[in-house]
Design a protein around this ligand. Sequence first.
Ligand code: CA
Length: 231
Amino acid sequence: MILVAEDDAGSRTATRMFLQRSGYRVGEAADGPGTLREASLGHYDLVLLDLGLPGLDGEEVLARLRRDGALPVIVLTGRSEERERVRVLDLGADDYLVKPFSLPELEARIRAVLRRGQPAPPSSRIERGDLVIDRTAHRVELFDRQVDLTPKEFDLLAFLAGAPDQVFTREELLEHVWGSTQDWQDPATVTEHIRRLRLKLESEPSNPRWLHTVRGVGYRFADVEPQNATG
Ligand code: CA
């Protein structure tokens, strides 16, 4: 989840909507104290910090974020002097973007920072946009509502989502999820479970957002919502 800390409501909203379309969950803050308060809640993976926030100097916000934990920070600023950039990086920012910047570039920087910060242990929670899979609680939520899945549907979804963008054949899924081989369980079992998962999770089962068919190979769980999803 990403915290967008920006006092300009227009660019804050544009950034939030762009990131949400890219599959991120997003929270917002409009001033310095609000940013620290949100960040302290502990459910963010990264902060986009506008350096010109009211209420508290942006560098002070950055320094406190750094003091309080290891939350990655990308600083957004209108000032482009090298002195400024060096200072911000010295204060512990992970990256730095000068306004105006393009949203796709911002997203690329976010991905790079998150990747750098993550040889993280496999979390029991997988969040992909509005889909939340809690492996400990065996619970799946879509748009904040619980989805009823059978145990095998859950296992299959959790397995695929735990290795995003990796393609698995039906035989591999039988082996990993069912603990079976095709000698005694039909690969069509996998097909049928994928079909039912799509009906329960996808708004357009024939044009899935998460559970993709890789023709002639198998299935993969899409990491980030692609621009042109294909079944
Ligand atoms: Ca500002």
